[in-house]
Design a protein around this ligand. Sequence first.
Ligand SMILES: CC(C)(COP(=O)(O)OP(=O)(O)OC[C@H]1O[C@@H](n2cnc3c(N)ncnc32)[C@H](O)[C@@H]1OP(=O)(O)O)[C@@H](O)C(=O)NCCC(=O)NCCS
Length: 157
Amino acid sequence: MRPAAPGDAGSFGKFVRTERAPHSVRYYRRRYFRRSWTDDQASIVAVSGGRVIGHLNVSREESPVTRHVASIGMAVAKDWRGHGVGSALMAEAIRWGRQFRVEKLALSVYPDNEAALALYGKFGFQEEGRLTGHSKKSIGYRDEVVMGLWLIDRAAP
Ligand SMILES: CC(C)(COP(=O)(O)OP(=O)(O)OC[C@H]1O[C@@H](n2cnc3c(N)ncnc32)[C@H](O)[C@@H]1OP(=O)(O)O)[C@@H](O)C(=O)NCCC(=O)NCCS
């Protein structure tokens, strides 16, 4: 497990959630890998034998009123799923969040994505609502479940 580096960008597009990589390698390199562990965001890759087998991006919301929240996107290569890679990436994201005093991690997931729901539930993410028809794909509209994990005790000031 390590922060992402520019050379990883070629592997990245394969794991995005949309049906095909929507942007060029150069886009991902610029957007995700130039600075990979800052106050604003972290890009973390899992590597095996020189190959990127999983990635996670976590970035703070931009609005001043939601800067305390960071959103996560992640994926693990098909042949590596179910071997703890996703858990290791999530543990790193939480470590990043605590280091930079992020108060809440947020993400959304398709309701039938059992592996992702299991992973997020294991780390304590709770369902906060459902966005109806929020994804529009070739097979039609799909709902997204919104989940959150508080990293602070909200009873504290
Ligand atoms: C979701 C995803 C990132 C999980 O990564 P992973 O490396 O397979 O996860 P892990 O191996 O760390 O498993 C995490 C937990 O989920 C459970 N789990 C994994 N796959 C599962 C499945 N298909 N069904 C039910 N539970 C599952 C594991 O048992 C594990 O719990 P445990 O540690 O108590 O045994 C991976 O499946 C993936 O990339 N899927 C496609 C892309 C995607 O859906 N990304 C998320 C978009 S919101």
